[in-house]
Design a protein around this ligand. Structure first.
Ligand code: ADP
Ligand code: MG
Length: 377
């Protein structure tokens, strides 16, 4: 049993803000200088840190595990302007977690000489509880379905087969360029929408001519989700006060539900057989396996240490502290294709046949020589 990894990243302050900041950090803890409570995390990254440091602290390993068949998810959480998009997408000068992960994923695949891979990607946004496909802008208001074979999935979401990091990043750009069509206020829009960038990695052992009996065609399928969440400001405030105010478009249902789900999971509700409301929002439903289940998960909590945002920062840190308590358990996702099942059955039949043949030989020997163990001399 593992738990969610939680890192905090403080964005740079102006010289003026630095003079008046009420926050102090020491190694991996952060606290208000006039209060005794310390928030402790796996890592606290200060204003001078580089995104690649954050990537190397945990995300890199999560990506490597995806290549080996484990699901992985990295979230950026925090109020608007705290640096979520900067951390996830980055810029030309400083690439974010998405481009770093994409390069790492293809590098790791190249090192796996014994397996062959098929990689697909999708890119979606959730805005006002509607799922829109960023790779196929005409696919809007998509629905979530669940099946035994595929688990929880977004029906009709375009999945593009990709073969290089450059191709993936071009598709991300394409998706981004279609986000703001018809939107008058891009800032407001992006602060209220979540984006989920997903890479699905399928692999199987390369067939070896001389080893066909041991080759099962077992296919590993795993997903890497990189999530840039909506600004947490209003949702966390109302969530923290336990109110479900009907504020029209102000309330972000997905973010509120994420807060509730993390709270319930951190209280151990699920392990005691209680109800966790994953189904109450699109985001939590899609990311259900990443939150309480089969995935390696990391949350990067983006904050600002400026005086004027102290309340919001405290709310973000409270959310992040709860996430630290959430247990999940990643395992390799291996499925057997029909062909693989047939091969496995064939092998079992051959083994049984060999056993029967062995018995028959023993029986014949017995008939000719009598029992080898109890021969009476
Ligand atoms: P969010 O996505 O959380 O709303 P952004 O990532 O868009 O916030 O960041 C807001 C602004 O601050 C952007 O102009 C971004 O370039 C800048 N910024 C955020 N974090 C950093 C950082 N660590 N270093 C330099 N600039 C940053
Ligand atoms: Mg953003």
């Amino acid at each position: 049993m593992d738990r969610i990894y939680v890192a905090v990243r403080a964005r740079p302050l102006s010289p003026e803000e630095s003079k008046t900041t009420p926050w102090r950090t020491s190694s991996n803890s952060i606290y208000l200088h006039n209060q005794p409570t310390k928030f402790e995390f796996d890592r606290v990254f200060g204003e001078d840190c580089k995104t690649v440091d954050i990537f190397e602290a945990r995300a890199k390993e999560i990506v490597a595990c995806v290549v080996r068949g484990f699901n992985g998810t990295v979230f950026a959480y925090g109020q608007t302007s705290s640096g979520k998009t900067y951390t996830m997408r980055g810029s030309e000068e400083e690439p974010g977690i998405i481009p770093l992960s994409v390069h790492e994923l293809f590098c790791s695949i190249q090192e796996e000489m014994d397996r062959e891979f098929l990689v697909r990607m999708s890119y979606m946004e959730i805005y006002n509880e509607e799922i829109n496909d960023l790779l196929a802008p005409e696919h809007r208001k998509l629905q979530i379905h669940e099946s035994l074979e595929r688990g929880i999935y977004v029906a009709g979401l375009k999945e593009e087969i990709v073969t290089s990091p450059e191709q993936v990043l071009e598709l991300v750009e394409f998706g981004e360029s279609h986000r703001h069509i018809g939107e008058t206020n891009m800032n407001l829009y992006s602060s209220r929408s979540h984006t989920i960038f997903r890479m699905i990695v399928e692999s199987r052992e390369r067939s070896k001519e001389d080893d066909s009996a041991n080759f099962y065609d077992a296919v590993r399928v795993s997903a890497l989700n990189l999530v840039d969440l909506a600004g947490s400001e209003r949702a966390v405030k109302t969530g923290a006060e336990g109110m479900r105010l009907k504020e029209g478009s102000h309330i972000n249902k997905s973010l509120l539900t994420l807060g509730t789900v993390i709270k319930k999971l951190s209280d151990g509700v699920e392990s005691q057989g209680g109800h966790v409301p994953y189904r109450d929002s699109k985001l939590t439903r899609i990311l259900q396996p990443a939150l309480g289940g089969n995935a390696n998960t990391a949350i990067i909590c983006n904050i600002t240490l400026s005086q004027i945002h102290a309340d919001e920062t405290k709310c973000s840190l409270l959310f992040a502290s709860r996430a630290l308590q959430v247990k999940n358990c990643a395992c390799v996702n291996e499925i057997l294709t029909d062909a693989a099942l047939l091969k496995r059955q064939k092998k079992e039949i051959e083994e049984l046949r060999a056993k029967v043949l062995n018995l028959t030989i023993w029986r014949r020997k017995f008939l000719i020589y009598g029992t080898p163990y109890y021969r009476v001399s």
